[in-house]
Design a binder for this molecule. Structure first.
Ligand code: ZN
Length: 327
């Protein structure tokens, strides 16, 4: 279990670059430009990066929370029954748990709580309806309470906030919405709440046990972008690219790769290619597929594959090579 100091609080589960980013990088590098979802994939990735930057920007406000009274967990991903739910940041106090759903929305934001509607207006763009974050938060609270009821004997209060981290955004209709807060106000809101919440106060040892238990139960996300976007494999290009200048003009010499654009020579350029394959299609590859991706004849390809793993036969006809050692 990793524990890091963040401000005065113990960060029991530190924030990491999301696993999906490597998958997006591989997909964007290899998706044919003629595919109709190219723009959508790039936009989803940009949104994910903006969201992550927003979460990172909240660290300053988290450092202003009253010291030494709470544990912080980032990127919490739990399962209760068949439902998996994700929480950007979760704070375990002795008298409550706080869920933070962080939003890095820009532009003018029109909230309508009655309708459960959020409309974003950005210059030079049509207004667009965003997923209503308060409903997302409600679902997380509900599922977390269910999870706690199953895994923790004491009943602890769960509070939740949607935190708007983009200072340049203009919020309309949000002032009366319970649980919606600007990042700069968050420390004051939480410090006050921690003082007044009196229903239950856990012993220090139980508070820590609860935080560790949540961290220990977190599941790694399963990412399969090819399946998610339902992309047919013919739209995904193979090929070796230069590990130095990223050009696709790479040729195979006797025992190494050479970039025709920048002259860079590298013995292991094929490993990056196979890593892309792994991120998009999983942990095993056949020799035929590897030949297609690397643009090599069978003999050379087999030699490179055998350097990476032992062949495994999963059916009578097909022999697979594991790519796990590349991770
Ligand atoms: Zn190059």
């Amino acid at each position: 279990m990793e524990i890091a100091m963040g401000g005065a609080a113990l960060v029991i589960k530190p924030r990491k670059t999301p696993v999906s980013f490597r998958h997006f990088d591989a997909l964007i590098r290899r998706l044919e430009v003629r595919h109709p979802l190219v723009w959508q994939v790039q936009q989803d990735y940009d949104n994910a990066k903006a969201g992550f930057a927003g979460e990172e920007s909240l660290d300053f406000q988290l450092s202003l929370l009253r010291p030494a009274e709470h544990y912080i967990l980032h990127q919490v991903r739990l399962q209760v029954n068949e439902h998996v739910f994700e929480i950007d940041t979760l704070i375990v106090y002795s008298n409550m748990i706080v869920i933070l759903e962080v939003k890095n929305f820009s532009g003018r934001l029109d909230f309508c709580d009655e309708l459960g509607q959020l409309v974003q207006h950005r210059s030079k763009e049509e207004p667009r309806a965003l997923r209503y974050p308060m409903s997302q938060l409600e679902r997380q609270q509900l599922l977390l309470r269910e999870w706690l009821a199953k895994h923790f004997p004491q009943k602890i209060e769960v509070h939740g906030f949607v935190v708007l981290v983009n200072r340049a955004s203009i919020v309309q209709g949000g002032d009366l919405i319970d649980g919606l807060v600007r990042a700069d106000k968050l420390p004051f809101v939480l410090n006050r709440l921690a003082l007044v919440e009196r229903k239950l106060r856990l012993e220090a040892v139980d508070q820590k046990r609860l935080a560790m238990k949540i961290a220990g139960a977190c599941k790694e996300p399963y990412v399969d972008l090819v399946e998610w976007y339902a992309i047919e494999s013919e739209y995904i290009r193979g090929g070796v690219y230069c590990s130095s200048c990223k050009s696709w003009h790479v040729e195979r010499l006797r025992d190494r790769w050479c970039c025709k654009s920048c002259g860079h020579v590298d013995k292991d350029m094929h490993k990056e290619v196979l890593r892309d394959y792994q991120l998009l299609f999983g942990n095993v590859i056949t020799c035929k597929e590897a030949c297609r991706w690397l643009g090599l004849k069978k003999g050379t390809c087999l030699k490179l594959l055998k350097d990476i793993s032992e062949p495994t036969s999963l059916s009578r006809k097909k022999v697979y090579y594991s790519l796990k050692s590349l991770t």
